[in-house]
Design a protein around this ligand. Sequence first.
Ligand SMILES: Nc1ncnc2c1ncn2[C@@H]1O[C@H](COP(=O)(O)OP(=O)(O)OP(=O)(O)O)[C@@H](O)[C@H]1O
Ligand SMILES: [Mg+2]
Length: 233
Amino acid sequence: MSERLLALRNVGKAYRTTHGLVPVLNRVDMEISRGEIVALTGASGVGKSTLLHLMGGLDQVSTGEIVFGDRMLSEMTDLELAGYRNRSVGFVFQFHHLLPEFTALENVAMPLLIRKGGSRNAAYDAAVAILEVVGLSARLRHFPAQLSGGEQQRVALARAMVTSPAMILADEPTGNLDAGTGRIVFEMIRHLNETFGVTFVIATHDLDLARYSHRWLTMVAGGVADAPVIREQ
Ligand SMILES: Nc1ncnc2c1ncn2[C@@H]1O[C@H](COP(=O)(O)OP(=O)(O)OP(=O)(O)O)[C@@H](O)[C@H]1O
Ligand SMILES: [Mg+2]
């Protein structure tokens, strides 16, 4: 049997705004097994990024629970939650969020450099090694603006990988790429999954990517209280 890595139990999310509560998710139940590549599709605004942010401990659920291994995120102290974000999870954001004033190498090393007590040399060695895995050894000293879109996405993947996380949450990692380049980025994801056993949850509008994932979930609007329901595709 596959080992459960992450479980969402009856998760709801409403954003608090000056105009009141904006309900987005309601009664979401799902499980992610270790080693899976799960694609999450659904119309723009349905709540995919919201779900990834909750899974990654970047935002808090309004109701329900998220359990990573045997730990509830809501019961973690701030320090434990920071550790979860830095060590257990890697995030590839919808817009890659590379730091423009730092090179590819520095961007990838950053999650290790900001750790207390870590060695700088070890951080750069790890960054060089993972940039080689994603095929960017010849681009270490390039700044983000000097890289193509696909290369920037691969740097973002390398940055998410450098801490050896159990799980990577990728928000439209092939968005804004042509089909061929998107395919290369997805091949990287599969390679990282097969080589290092990393679990991936990928929000995407790319149906090819969804089709080639291990599991495809789709969010459809109009469930309980108009919040989307999540279906196996
Ligand atoms: N901070 C916020 N405050 C209020 N409402 C928000 C906030 N963030 C997101 N929303 C709303 O929550 C809903 C879900 O947004 P989300 O970004 O999760 O959608 P998405 O499925 O990722 O869409 P896309 O495919 O366009 O990236 C949207 O209607 C959005 O307007
Ligand atoms: Mg989104």
